[in-house]
Design a protein around this ligand. Sequence first.
Ligand code: GCU
Length: 664
Amino acid sequence: SADDGYRLWLKYDRIQNTTISATYSKSFNFIALSGNSDILNNAVKELQTGLTAMLGKPIPIVKTPVINQGGIILTISANGASGDGYSIQMQSGNTVITASKDAGVLYGSFALLRHLQQHLPVEKVVVQSSPKIQLRMLNHWDNPEGPIERGYAGSSLWKWYELPETVDPRYTDYARANASIGINGTVVNNVNASARFLTAEYVHKVAALAGVFRKFGIKTYLSIHFAAPKTLGGLKTSDPLDPEVRKWWIEKTKEIYSIIPDFGGFLVKANSEGEPGPQDYGRTHADGANMLAEALAPFNGVVIWRAFVYKADPNADRFKAAYDEFATLDGKFAKNVIVQVKNGPIDFQPREPFSPLFGNMPRTPLGMEFQLTQEYLGFATHWVYEAPIFKECLDADTYVKGKGSTVATIVDGSLHNYRLTCMAGVANTGSDRNWTGNPMAQANWYAFGRLAWDHTLSPEAIAREWTQLTLTTEPKHVSAISDIMLRSRDIYVDYNTPLGLSRPWTGSHYAPEPWQNRSSRPDWTAIYYHRADSLGLGFDRTATGSNALLQYRPEVSRTWLNAETCPLPYLLWFHHIPWSQKLSSGRNLWDELCHRFYTGADSVLWMQKQWAGVASSIDPAIHSDVTGRLAKQYNEAIWWRDAWVLYLQTFSKKPIPAIYPKPE
Ligand code: GCU
């Protein structure tokens, strides 16, 4: 059925296979609920909606469960799985979902529906599952006027001008989608925050959203403008150590909680890319964060303070900036502060080494920030499945407490016993009917939620699951689509930023402009990052260069330190390599670059072919939408290839190997 992708992975298509449908029908005749709350009622409603749609029969709610009649029993029990967790068991022919919190029952209900949407045997649903991360959040970079910073799926979902009186039913579907993958927090506005969100007028609008989200176990947070005491409060300063300023935040926070009693807290971008912050007053990030923490503590609110900082210094290495500013502040933050770190040291590049901050702040909870919106990944045109990006970072070993000290064990709190754990995804949603512009980008939202819940899941398992829920259950087609997904990121990297290149974009971060050498900031040019010259290409971060590798443990830096043995995907992140130098692939640098650009672009033809082969089982509207995007992706891959090859050739002075066609 054509719904233009609106229903996401919650389609609940009617099960056509009669054997499966008959077995399910026998197992699900009623839903029994003990307890009563908005969240529990939403769990029941979702089960009814899903089962009725899949089985084509109504599922009544009963007061007392009937033994051996086949039904679902939802129970809250103190012995249930801890935190937001749930268990699903089979007892006397019934499926029993138990949790210690209402939200756990909701998550268990979605887990059951997910299982059935994949047409798996009922008895195999038995599971006990608890999230590995406490705060599983989306960060929306939405501005009050409607546009979304780095958003490619229309404008904001939040209709500020209508709120709070008019509450769009779409907010409910947004909350359902998030709850279905375990997301339990959302920051509704841009980190480049307008102070306007702290006015009573806007807090009431935000409260209306929070009123919807709360019924799905989701807390609402705000990004704040650090200089709000001045710009909004009319104070002379926003110095975090000034008593008047502290009082202003305490009063403001009280006001917010009087309107939104379960408000989550503040997300802060400070002294970063021109945003105000404590350093404007000679204070530290910790001073700034602790002032806000003091205001939030009485309400159990948290401060999520971002570590995305770097100075406009042409001689510094931006790679080192976050570590340099934050590592020394370890242990100086209040109890309810989380420092949120982007996965890589620069900025969501198609492939980055993990941020060296991970592992180096054992006494400060570090949260992970991933980017779902495809700022550097071809916006809503190019098909890039991001789970491999997330996993690569989570699985990276920091060695800070010996082998096995992966980034995941830091972020989930197990390595350093963090009190708070957090994983955030910069949202890729917008007002487009299908939420994410490119329907295939829904998978990135989905994969983020699933990994925030359980970072041990594999990109492949998530790709298959998402495909089955969203596109088709036809086994061959599920495999064909997940093959595209799993290769898509490497294909993009090959024609866009192979071998560890970064930031070759125009200011929009879409078009190729590796030759860009002028900008309002020296570190916002392309040449700052790739360092092409007559000798070679790449940023030397060894001892002969910026020595950023020193920020990692020796076991880690060792793998990258030597140009001969450095894995090719990271080579130009750490080394300036001569054009004629032979690489581990057997080709010299220039030939290897040509090889990547050309095969990368060609691989988009493979994606097109695979996609054409699954047409028979995909919603035709979605199929043709993606077909169009892939055609554009191919043209743009050629554009990228040619831009890079012709530009780099002005330095390498080498011919393009004859096996490849001439640039167009
Ligand atoms: C990137 C992005 C900005 C964003 C910033 C951030 O630099 O281009 O739009 O504001 O990251 O994460 O704060």
